[in-house]
Every structure is written in C-alpha cells, then in structure tokens.
Design a protein around this ligand. Sequence first.
Ligand code: ZN
Ligand code: ZN
Ligand code: ZN
Ligand code: ZN
Ligand code: ZN
Ligand code: ZN
Length: 277
Amino acid sequence: MFQKELKTFIALIGTNSNEQQWGNILLNLMGPIGRNIHNTFTFDSPNDKENINILIQKFDEYYIFSGKKKLPLENVYEYINELELMIKEKNITNGEELIRKKILTEINKHQFTNTANNLLPTFIFSSDFNKLTLKEIAFIWKLYTDSDICTRCDGIHSPEKCSALGKQCSKCNNWNHFSRKCPTNYINNCDYCGGNHIYKKCPAFNEICTKCQKKNHFKWKCQSIQILQCRFCGLSHAANRSLCSAKYNICSNCNIMGHVPSRCNKRFLANRLQNVS
Ligand SMILES: [Zn+2]
Ligand SMILES: [Zn+2]
Ligand SMILES: [Zn+2]
Ligand SMILES: [Zn+2]
Ligand SMILES: [Zn+2]
Ligand SMILES: [Zn+2]
C-alpha cells in the first residue's frame, strides 16, 4: 500500500525530526481525494492533524473500514458485526485489535467510564478498557447511547411526541407502546448481562466470561467464587482448578506437578531439617 511505501521511505532517510512536515508532504501527494478524506478525521489534538504517524494510522483505518462510523440510531451490536465482516473480507489477522482501536476513536471516554462504573465500580478506562471483551464494550457503549431512545417506540423525540401514543399493543392489548417493545416480551435487569432486552436476546449469550471462563454471562454478572491467594499458584482467580496457572507447572523444588516453588510444602521441610542439623 502507498502509505507503507512512504513510511519505508521515511525510515530509509532516517528522519524522525519532523513528523508534521512529512504529514504535509503526504497530504500534498495524495491530492484532493486524500484531503477530502482527511477532512472527515477527528483528532485528539490539533497537532496530530499533520503528524505523519497518526495520519498513516488514520488512512489505514479509513481504508479497512471504508470510512464507516456508527450512525446515531444504529444498533451497536450490528455496527460491530459489520466491522467484523469488513475485517473478514480483507483477510486481516489482527482484526479484533483494529476494531478496538476504531471503537476508541468513536466512543466518549467520559460517558463510557461513567456507565462502566455502574457495572464495575473499580473500572478505570486506561487500564481496564482492554480487559473487556468486544461484546462487553458494545454493551456499555449501547447502554449510554440508548439512554435517549424511547422505550415505547424506539425513536428519539421530546416526551409528548411519541409515535406509539394512542396505539394499542397487539400482544398485551395495553396502550401506548408498540408490540415490539411490549413489556411482556422484555427482561429487565437480566441476570446474565445486567441490561434490559427482548426475551431470549441476551447479548451475553455464548460469551465466555473473562473471570471464570464459563459461558453465557458478562464479567460483572459473574457468580463464581474468587480465590484470593491460591495455595498452588499464589495468584487470585476463580475457584476452578483448571484456571490455576500452576496446574501443569512442575515445581523446581520437589519436581511434583501442580504448584509453584514459592508454594511448595517441601521447602519448609527442607528449611526445618537445615535448622535442626
Ligand atoms: Zn416514543
Ligand atoms: Zn404490549
Ligand atoms: Zn441479558
Ligand atoms: Zn464468570
Ligand atoms: Zn492457582
Ligand atoms: Zn514443590
């Protein structure tokens, strides 16, 4: 790809001194089409606008995802599904990492953190974002973008302008909601994902929990008991022997499998014998 060649070229000249200048040269070389694409980018800092490394990353991302961005009413899960399909079509291997980076350019970190803190009180964006699965990210993103969406009609409007007002639901015969939003079809505060959704449409379905490695729930709904200082590995993990990192470890102290040397019983025995002699 053109950008890659340019990067090699810059590396060959061996200059890191002026990333700004190289950014300008890149934009000039790309001509009006490149500059039009450049106009659609958003930057964390005005200084990034002409930074060659940031531009190359942005143009790469633009190429991979064809400049797609989530639309205000677009469903987050469907949007991420589409990004995954785009990655698949282009046979890209580090797809998940690219999708995470792309999501990072689109979410509001402040709103995301506030929402995440309701589920995970200790959540800190810089250290915990990358520990979330894509589905968990989507769930939190959806939670704060959906707060404006009307629970009766799926639209965004001022309170009195609901298009479901005066409509009778064909499912429960009650008034003022569409049948697709009928409360009889809805699960509130789901035990597996923590959200509200149509019965049998849990976003945590088939998801593997990063805490206990069991299926069908998000980590903030994990019921597994945590071992704080495992007597085999010394670390904290869910109470499941198969999650213990020392399970197949051969102890260098006693040559028995299943624990780390610092948790070896024989060491104390050896020490005691030494003290006696
Ligand atoms: Zn409405
Ligand atoms: Zn109803
Ligand atoms: Zn659920
Ligand atoms: Zn779990
Ligand atoms: Zn362990
Ligand atoms: Zn041992």
